[in-house]
Each structure stands twice: as structure tokens, then as C-alpha cells.
Design a protein around this ligand. Structure first.
Ligand code: FAD
Length: 348
């Protein structure tokens, strides 16, 4: 996939999402890349149901509700999302007709290539990385028989799948993949699941109907050759070791955050954070900005509120880069007829 846009935002957390609004107000089009399969960053992934109390004008709002509201707010600006993809490379583009000032090429691990005028790093605490089961030689099977996310369900059609984990992801994928798979197993170290009660009930029904094999045991070893899994060795005190035949293992043990590729894109990085100025929130490389939890400046607070402010100021400088011939006119959203029209609200 190849695309051209004004702005490429790496990270679709709350701050990356709000940046779309601030940039959209100034006529800039955005593409967003995120490793996760949906927007919201930490709010959606780490605490979707937790109440947040310090979002202005919302005395209380959950992480997921805030994400949903931000998506609603930016919808009129038609952002393009590239989910399930990690931005892995950033290259400078020479000056051209489309990019008279030069531009940037962002490439993802799914081979999406996005050419843009400005890059905004809104990568928060960094990339969410799956926690892996501690199994000897597991790397040999990764990508062929062992997976930590489902990017295309079709890939798993007709497979003999074993799903490991006890949370929402493990249960959701058990329910979603079971109709496609030749056989489905679920393995968890204890007979208690930390998932939505409805999902647990549905899974138990599939187990009772003989459609899912539930194993209460720990993963101990992998059996196979040349990256092709043949079985998993599992075991518990009660059962001793036993073999579960399968050709695919999907492990959902949660996620950790690592700085990842955005730490190696050429600008200054200090103690895992990207130093920026507090006027434009630009990194040490002109044309690349950093907003939200990923940046650092004296007095920085890792709050959603701070990220929103940073997005507003970043957008002003991004405008100057995107439209060097246009005059930047400061306008309240309340007095912009353009915006009223765009948002479908009758101008007063
Ligand atoms: P994030 O939310 O971290 O989003 C960054 C996104 O970038 C992620 O989705 C990640 O997958 C993606 N990404 C990173 N690298 C790449 C890459 N190379 N390619 C593609 N995608 C990438 N803040 C408050 O203001 N109030 C609160 O009450 C509050 N409560 C919190 C409670 C908890 C339990 C936690 C963990 C945090 C809380 N926070 C709170 C902090 C708040 O969630 C963060 O400040 C906020 O999420 C930062 O937003 P962000 O968009 O900068 O980053």
C-alpha cells in the first residue's frame, strides 16, 4: 500500500487522535499508524473501563468513552488509519513538485509506505509489545506457527489452533476463530478467566458442546520442526505432562510497552523520551514533531490534557511547513463558518 498525505501521525492514542482535529482545523489531512488493532492507545488497551476525572468538561469519563468521543470529533476530517502495523522506518524525501520543501517517507512492518510533508510522533510509552511465553526455541516458530495477534482471520481457516491465555483477547479469539478452525483448544493455568463474563459463558458453552477443548495447565514446550508446530507439551500437578496436537499456537499473555523503532529515527532521544521545544513541540529534526507521553521538556506532565495542548501548538508549525505560501490566521472554532459547514452544524 502506498499513500501520500500532509501529515503522518505515528500512534493513534488520545493525543494522536486529537492532533487530527487540530490539524484538520487548519486544512491538513492525516494518516495514522498504530500497532494496535484499534484507536485509543493506553486508554483503550490498558484501562478502557477505568474512570478518568481530569478531562475538561467531563467530570468522569472512561478510557473507552474518551476514545469514542475523540473518534466522533475527528470523523469530519476523514483520517486514514493503518492499524495492526508498526512504523519501522523514516526516510527523508528529496524536494519534488508534491513536496517542494522535501518530505518524509514512513514505512510499516506491513509494507505500507506513506509519503508526507510532516511527521508527528505520538507514540506514547512506545510500542505495545506482546509478552511471550517462556518456551525454549519459540522464536523458530514465530510468524509461521506461533502468533501473538490476529491480523487476518482467514489465515487461520482450517488450522488446528491452541489459544493460550485467560483474558479478553484469548477469549475473544477463541470465540471468533472456532467457527473457522479445524479444531480449537484453549489453555490457561487456572480455571478462572479475567474476561467479560459474557465471553466466558459463551466459551464454556462451546466447551460443553465439544467444540472447544479447555486445558487447565501450563505450556511447557513446543514440538515440531522447521518452524512447523506439531504439538504443545503442557502440564499441571494434577495431570502431569501431556501433549496437545496443534499446528498453530496463539498466545495472548498481555502487552508491555517498549520505545521501539521511534527511538531510532535520527532525532535526539534522551532516557527513552524525545526532547522537544515548548513553542512548536518539534524534535531536533525540523519537520518531525513529538507530542504526548513520548516527548520531554522541562515541567512535562504525562497527562492527556498536556498532550492535547501540545497538539494545538504543533499544528500551527505543521501548517507553516505544509502551506508555506498561506497566511496562518488564528480563529476560534466558534467563529469559523468553514468549520460549522464541515461539522454539519448550521452557522449561527
Ligand atoms: P498512548 O496512549 O501511549 O498511545 C500511543 C500509541 O502509539 C499506542 O497505541 C502505540 O501502540 C502506538 N505506537 C507506538 N509506537 C508505534 C510505532 N512504532 N508504530 C505504530 N504505533 C506505535 N492520564 C490522564 O490524563 N488522566 C488519568 O486519569 C490517567 N489515568 C491513567 C491510568 C492508567 C492505568 C494509565 C496506564 C495511564 C493513565 N493516564 C492518565 C495516562 C494517559 O493514558 C497517557 O498520558 C495517554 O494515554 C498518553 O497518550 P498518547 O497518545 O501520548 O500515548
Amino acid at each position: 500500500m502506498k499513500a501520500e498525505t500532509d501529515i503522518c501521525i505515528i500512534g493513534a492514542g488520545p493525543v494522536g487522535l486529537f492532533a487530527v482535529f487540530e490539524l484538520g482545523l487548519l486544512d491538513m489531512k492525516c494518516h495514522l499508524i498504530d500497532i494496535l488493532d484499534r484507536p485509543g492507545g493506553q486508554c483503550a488497551e490498558l484501562y478502557p473501563e477505568k474512570p478518568i476525572y481530569d478531562i475538561p468538561a467531563y467530570p468522569i469519563i472512561s478510557g473507552q468513552e474518551l476514545t469514542d468521543k475523540l473518534m466522533e470529533q475527528i470523523a469530519p476530517f476523514d483520517p486514514v488509519f493503518h492499524f495492526d502495523q508498526m512504523a519501522i522506518r523514516l526516510e527523508k524525501l528529496e524536494e519534488s513538485e508534491r513536496f517542494p520543501q522535501g518530505g518524509w517517507r514512513v514505512t510499516t512492518d506491513q509494507d505500507a509506505v506513506i509519503d508526507c510533508k510532516v511527521v508527528v510522533i505520538a507514540a506514547g510509552g512506545g510500542s505495545f509489545t506482546p509478552k511471550k511465553p517462556a518456551l525454549e526455541g519459540i522464536e523458530d516458530y514465530e510468524g509461521s506457527s506461533v502468533f501473538y495477534s490476529v491480523r487476518q482471520m482467514e489465515k487461520f481457516r482450517g488450522k488446528n489452533i491452541l489459544i493460550a491465555g485467560g483474558g479478553d483477547s484469548a477469549l475473544d479469539w477463541t470465540l471468533n476463530l472456532q467457527p473457522l478452525a479445524a479444531s480449537t483448544g484453549l489453555i490457561h493455568h487456572r480455571d478462572g478467566f479475567r474476561a467479560a463474563p459474557d465471553s466466558v459463558n459463551k466459551m464454556e458453552k462451546l466447551v460443553a458442546d465439544g467444540k472447544v477443548a479447555k486445558h487447565i495447565a501450563k505450556l511447557k514446550a513446543l514440538k515440531g520442526s522447521n518452524g512447523q508446530l506439531e504439538a504443545v507439551i503442557a502440564g499441571s500437578k494434577e495431570t502431569g505432562d501431556f501433549e496437545i496436537p496443534c499446528d498453530t499456537l496463539l498466545a495472548f499473555y498481555g502487552l508491555t510497552m517498549k520505545l521501539g523503532p521511534v527511538g531510532g529515527f535520527g532525532y535526539e532521544v534522551k532516557d527513552g523520551l524525545i526532547p522537544v521545544d515548548t513553542e512548536k513541540f518539534e524534535t531536533s529534526t525540523p519537520g518531525i514533531f513529538a507530542i504526548g507521553d513520548i516527548n520531554w521538556y522541562p515541567g512535562k506532565l504525562k497527562l492527556i490534557l498536556s498532550g492535547f495542548h501540545e497538539a494545538a501548538l504543533m499544528a500551527q508549525q505543521a501548517f507553516r511547513i505544509c502551506f508555506p505560501d498561506r497566511r496562518l490566521r488564528f480563529q476560534y472554532t466558534t467563529s469559523s463558518t468553514d468549520l460549522h459547514n464541515k461539522l454539519g452544524v448550521a452557522a449561527e
